[in-house]
Design a protein around this ligand. Structure first.
Ligand code: ATP
Ligand code: MG
Length: 368
């Protein structure tokens, strides 16, 4: 069992607190992704698990062992970095074998492990090449191979794909998923790219300013973000946020923005959650994919309609992002390419009320 457990883990660099009191259990063989904006503490957390940075407060366990004072080489982990830093004068084989040679592992065993890793990664025919004779994706695979041959219990990966071009990243993303299934190991993967987080993670830990915001499977983070930051960070184009006030009259809650308002259907059973917010400012959130054009919205059972005007649009090929104005309120929606979205034209939109979010604007937390 190779769970990784962080208990009240804090990291301070002099007066900078990079990681604040993180509590997290990563399951045996889980693919866990740390995601958050630049500087939020992802790398620092990973480096503490690896033993490359000292833990200021708290404890880290790998398996059942508290590893705060265990030197990195005895932690049974392997780390893959963004810069793959291969030895330029060594062949692919030697790059992968190097760490094992240092550990005085038998030549036949090294051969076996390198051959197996090369096979998994599709590098078998490239073992004699030098790094400069490889493509970026192939070099990245060698860096992964170097970690695989060590047969660690836990892989720590810090933005390993960010040096690759967009197409290669997508390809390597798929390969990493397959690799995880095949290796049967625990993986902790750091990225600031929410698409990578959504597609790779069995669970995602969203981090902001050194603090864990939400830990959940990707779909849950997407559908039930716990606060405004998570709601805005995950999803592209980002969720729309609109300021307004929550009113209650004749037992019906109404959200009132400057240029539109809507009633919240009773059968959605939000009343209890909303009661404390009567007559208070609230932030209404709706994802672009939950705003529809009239013809495609026929199936939606709880909805309301607003007249908007097309401000501008982005044609993505398979879909169109339409930037709308409802009075002075900007809204983004995603529609199919058949819809007429000429700038300046009138556009009636339908909002799926089953997908609305309301946030407490002060605490920033999600109420529904
Ligand atoms: N050695 C250090 N000394 C002082 N401050 C540091 C040190 N390393 C990191 N920090 C600070 O700690 C915070 C977290 O840094 P970290 O590298 O963990 O961020 P990150 O989430 O990995 O960001 P990125 O996505 O840019 O890689 C930042 O404010 C950073 O400036
Ligand atoms: Mg980093």
């Amino acid at each position: 069992m190779t769970r990784v457990i962080l208990k009240n883990v804090t990291k301070k660099f002099k007066d900078v607190t990079a990681v604040k009191n993180i509590n997290l259990e990563i399951d045996d063989k889980e693919f866990m992704v740390f995601v958050g904006p630049s500087g939020c503490g992802k790398t620092t957390t990973l480096r503490m698990i690896a033993g490359l940075d000292e833990i200021t407060e708290g404890d880290i366990y790998i398996g059942d062992r508290r590893i705060n004072d265990v030197p990195p080489k005895n932690r049974n982990i392997a780390m893959v970095f963004q810069s793959y830093a291969l030895y330029p004068h060594m062949s692919v084989y030697d790059n992968m074998a190097f760490g094992l040679k240092l550990r005085k592992i038998q030549k036949s065993e090294i051969d076996n492990r390198v051959a197996e890793a090369a096979e998994i990664l599709g590098l078998t025919d490239l073992l004699e090449r030098l790094p400069k004779q490889l493509s970026g994706g192939q070099r990245q695979r060698v860096a992964l191979g170097r970690a695989i041959v060590r047969q660690p219990l836990v892989f720590l990966m810090d933005e390993p794909l960010s040096n690759l071009d967009a197409k290669l990243r997508v390809q390597m993303r798929a390969e990493l998923q397959k690799l995880h299934r095949r290796l049967n190991a625990t993986v902790i993967y750091v990225t600031h790219d929410q698409v990578e987080a959504m597609t790779l993670g069995q669970r995602i830990s969203v981090i902001l300013n050194g603090e864990l915001q939400q830990v959940a499977p990707p779909i849950e983070v997407y559908e039930k973000p716990v606060n405004r930051f998570v709601a805005g960070f995950i999803g592209s184009p980002p969720m729309n946020f609109i300021k307004g006030v929550l009113r209650k009259s004749k037992d019906i809650f109404t959200f009132e923005a400057s240029s539109f308002k809507f009633d919240i259907p009773k059968d959605l059973e939000f009343d209890q959650l909303l009661d404390p917010y009567q007559d208070k400012n609230m932030l209404f959130g709706i994802r672009p994919s939950d705003i529809w054009d009239v013809p495609s919205s026929a199936w939606i059972d709880r909805k309301f309609t607003i007249d908007a005007k097309v401000d501008f649009r982005e044609l993505m090929g398979s879909e169109t992002y339409v930037y709308l104005k409802v009075g002075d309120i900007p809204l983004v929606t995603r529609v199919g390419t058949m819809t007429d979205t000429a700038p300046g034209s009138k556009f009636t939109i339908v909002i799926n009320l089953r997908k609305i979010h309301l946030f407490d604007p002060e605490a920033q937390k999600a109420i529904i």
